[in-house]
Design a protein around this ligand. Structure first.
Ligand code: SF4
Length: 153
């Protein structure tokens, strides 16, 4: 799906309540580490669908995409998403080929960091409590903050 010039870029680690939310995928926990299983098409989630995550937070079960909030987001420096920069620079690759992802033409991370972001993208779990120390640093989280989500990607 091509992106029109007037369409906003998409944040691929979004929260419910952001504009034009889509389900990007479901977090698979079959392996040693959580990994995103991408959906074949970006579905607009209903409240009932998001409620399936309970009692876990939505972001521990689903990855959401939504319109990038740019200056309203603490990761945006006025020109670029610094979360995407850190992901591309600091995380190891999670896969060796581009994931089959439906939002690539509109994705902020891909627009900025290209293939490097996509090869690391599946390991990102928005708001997870399970992030290791490198992932916490990537997400801009202080080293110790008890009872607080460890990864605020
Ligand atoms: S796989 Fe690439 S294009 Fe898709 S959400 Fe992740 S960074 Fe964006």
């Amino acid at each position: 799906m091509a992106r029109r010039a007037d369409q906003p870029l998409k944040c691929p680690s979004a929260q419910p309540g952001m504009a034009d939310v889509r389900l990007l995928g479901v977090i698979s926990r079959d392996g040693e580490t959580p990994t995103l299983a991408y959906l074949d098409e970006p579905v607009a989630p209903t409240p009932d669908m998001l409620a399936l995550a309970e009692p876990l937070p939505v972001s521990h079960v689903f990855r959401l995409a939504a319109n990038c909030e740019e200056k309203k987001c603490h990761h945006f420096d006025g020109a670029r998403c610094q979360l995407a920069v850190r992901i591309a620079k600091m995380l190891p690759e999670a896969v060796d080929k581009l994931p089959a992802c439906t939002i690539r033409p509109q994705c902020r991370w891909f627009r900025q960091e290209g293939r490097a972001a996509c090869l690391r993208c599946p390991q990102i779990v928005t708001g997870t409590y399970e992030a290791d120390e490198v992932l916490k640093e990537v997400c801009g989280v202080p080293p110790r903050r008890d009872a607080t989500p460890a990864n605020e990607a």
